[in-house]
Design a protein around this ligand. Sequence first.
Ligand SMILES: [Mn+2]
Length: 216
Amino acid sequence: MPISFTILKINQQLNDGDLLLIDAGSQLNNYATDITRTFPVNGKFTGIQKEVYEIVLEAQKTAISHSWPERTSPELHKSTCNVLTQGLIDLKVLVGSLEENLEKGTFRKYFPHGTGHWLGLDVHDQNPYLDENDDPIKFEPGVIFTIEPGLYFPAEDASLPEELKGIGIRIEDNILITENGHENLSAMIPKEIKEIEEACEKDYRDFILNLFLFFQ
Ligand SMILES: [Mn+2]
């Protein structure tokens, strides 16, 4: 999904203290996946990176927890925007109440995309989002979609606190709706801060081997 600014320029060197966001698509038996993780290049998050990461993670978990049959994509987006907006207020990026910020959509400057999309034969699968009455299509068992909130703080945004400039974080999982709720199909990939820092310490070959063993 295009974002209106670029934090990581093409061929930019990875520096100590930077975060790296990898948004990866893959295919198995013609079906697509779309998974994002963000991790520190040096293996350890800084304090402020952790703060932003935890906000995005809470938004993502909240949206996942609302993933049930009969729910809709706009409902998930609303829950995501609530958590991200409260986080932006806590970070002192936004001022005023949660309600007035949600009403004005002030979060869009830092979360300029949707919460997710259908996933299937294509990464952005070509199913409609609205029914014939223009109402949001309700989830039903068997559908799969992504949940991918993010917060992005442009380095060139002079209005931001210095420590936030240049930080961009997105976390994306692939969610299958089941009869009684959902299954997170990408749950085996490290996502908690502790899990990511532990994964960064490991030899990447061990890490890949563990993923293979998971599927045995
Ligand atoms: Mn996606």
